[in-house]
Write a protein that binds this ligand. Structure first.
Ligand SMILES: C[S@@+](CC[C@H](N)C(=O)[O-])C[C@H]1O[C@@H](n2cnc3c(N)ncnc32)[C@H](O)[C@@H]1O
Length: 330
């Protein structure tokens, strides 16, 4: 576990008694194919952590919050809770907002990349750490949250076991995961949609490298198998682009999906398209090269064609955003 005292990174959740600086080479990351990747536990994560990818994470945060009507989680976490953990916190937007909203909670965000802001609420600590390592967080938590770590985690049952072991009795866990497989409103065949072809190839590439990308539909079973109770699974629809202005998304019969109102869907679709366009290269570059044996030039050419199709709004595509939460009761 590496920490940077000067930039508000603390060594543990108990108010930093043994901080160390993050070495410059870790802060600088590792350059490959013109992108920057994390250097701490190098190659554990396949997606860059540079400014392009960080801005995608911020867009992602915006539409997730819009989908949840301004909330940051759906688990009924009591206000009198104390310790909260955000696994794979990315740019830290979720953790900052939760710490701001709940000044009495002690929030810890962990990530492999030191890409979080330095000015943070006093009740928030960021730690450079690998969530798949053996945890050394000390006291158990009241609430553990993780968003969009599909494609990161190699051993989900093991991670969920560590979460269970590090939650207090009556504590809550929540996962939020966007699927990478788009569905077509009007039954567009996969071979006709480059976006859908890209989905299939991306999942195949991640799988070849030992990671499942779209895990939202699996989490409920994993939580229940581990012994979590009061497990709930909610599904939201995320359009790729502003096409829902014509309300067609409302007609998709897929309960228990939750539908937002028309204008929100349009804004969410816009944000999602922006994030998709900006983020696709980073998502697929390393996985296609290492997992599928493509050249980086071919990946870039393919990405351009896929993004052109998405931009043109040729097909009304959407995907699912899963929220799954459960409680530890002993
Ligand atoms: C798709 S991003 C999601 C970031 C953030 N949760 C959000 O919703 O904006 C996944 C994050 O998980 C981090 N990550 C991946 N594998 C990790 C690991 N083994 N331990 C800690 N963080 C990890 C990555 O560095 C990245 O910041």
């Amino acid at each position: 576990m590496q920490t940077d005292h000067d930039s508000a990174y603390e060594s543990d959740n108990s108010q930093a008694t043994n901080t160390t600086s993050i070495p410059t080479d870790i802060l600088d990351g590792q350059r490959q194919y013109g992108r920057r990747y994390h250097r701490y536990r190098q190659s554990t994560y396949l997606i860059p952590d540079d400014e392009i990818q960080q801005s995608c994470l911020d867009l992602f945060h915006c539409y997730c919050t819009a989908l949840l009507g301004g909330k940051h989680y759906l688990a009924p976490v009591p206000e009198q809770s104390d310790r909260v953990l955000d696994l794979g916190c990315g740019t830290g937007t979720w953790a900052v907002q939760v710490a701001d909203d709940h000044p009495n909670w002690q929030v810890t965000g962990i990530d492999l990349s030191p890409i979080q802001p330095t000015w943070v609420p006093p009740n928030l600590t960021f730690v450079l750490d690998d969530m798949e390592d053996h945890w050394t967080h000390g006291e158990p938590f009241d609430f553990i949250h993780s968003r969009q770590t599909g494609g990161s985690v190699k051993n989900w049952p093991e991670l969920i076991q560590q979460c269970y072991a590090n939650l207090k009795n009556l504590g809550w866990i929540e996962f939020q995961e966007l699927d990478y497989s788009h569905q077509a409103l009007e039954g567009v065949a996969e071979e006709k949609s480059l976006v859908r072809l890209a989905d299939t190839l991306t999942m195949k590439a991640f799988r070849a490298l030992g990671r499942e990308l779209s895990v939202g539909g699996e989490i409920q079973g994993w939580l229940e198998n581990k012994g979590f109770v009061n497990v709930q699974h909610r599904v939201f629809k995320v359009p790729l682009g502003p096409w829902p202005c014509d309300m067609r998304l409302v007609s998709v019969p897929a309960p228990p999906a939750v539908l937002t109102i028309k204008s929100q869907q349009k804004v969410i679709g816009d944000l999602r398209l922006c994030e998709y366009r900006e983020g696709l290269e980073g998502l697929v570059l390393k996985p296609f090269v290492y997992g599928l044996g493509w050249s980086s030039e071919n990946v870039r050419e393919f990405v351009k064609q896929v993004c052109d199709e998405a931009d043109n709004q040729k097909f009304p595509l959407w995907c699912q955003f899963h929220i799954v939460f459960g409680q530890k009761v002993i």
